[in-house]
Design a binder for this molecule. Sequence first.
Ligand SMILES: [Zn+2]
Length: 279
Amino acid sequence: MDLKDIELLETEISDTKELTQSKSLSTHKHITLVQVYFVAKDDAFLYLCENLILHEGDHVYVSGKMKDNIGIVVDVRHQFKVRPSKYERVIAKVDTKLQGEFYISNRFLLSFDRASLGKEKISQWFFSPQGEEPYISTYVPAPFPLDDLSQFPIQTARLERGIQYYKERRIVYLCIDDIYGYAIVQGSEYYEIEFVYRNKMIEDISCSCYCDGHCKHEFALLLELQNMVKMLPGEFGKEYNNSKYLAVIDKEVVWHMSIRWASKGSISFRSETEAIMVN
Ligand SMILES: [Zn+2]
């Protein structure tokens, strides 16, 4: 849809304590009224933004009923007169800038540099800082070899769904820093998986989903990890051995988060398809 055609709606608020802020707002210098577009809802709403300098194209999280969705700033207004209690707030700006050297391997961009594609940065692209508290689990699985998943204790139905998820390319991000692994999987929502990979063994693995026991997200990740581990020595052995670090991200995610809405920056293609530089 054309963003200009979006009907502007005041966001509903559920909590009247915001009213107490209204006196100071009237004299506040760093307040803007921003229009935020949510791709997931194909809709845009107005929010008040305090103490964050925003530009069109920035990705943000907000309070209120859209709090779990990342949004894109499509308009920033400095001149306005509103009742502040009628509006939810922009609560965080997300760093979507990428910098560094990336390699291409099929649908993924790869980095062997801890300063690029780090999990702290990329997890913000998927998870709101207001997200639910994580589960705790006392279950620690027995170690099993990555190349023999028949030793991974999972129900058959979940295993089959995991294979499906793998085929549907639902692993959107994967990072291995020494022995510590982290991945983001797209299920009905996004989930985080943490694991330990040492001496070709998965020593521990857990997913942030509601599942009791091992889940389809974990199985899909294990299949993707098998692929990566097979591919690394031949194609990127030198790079990986130097850093003992690998981060991969789906190219589509990079396009949507870091390039599509960017208004400046540069990309250099050093050869036809070998490397992409994003500044
Ligand atoms: Zn899961």
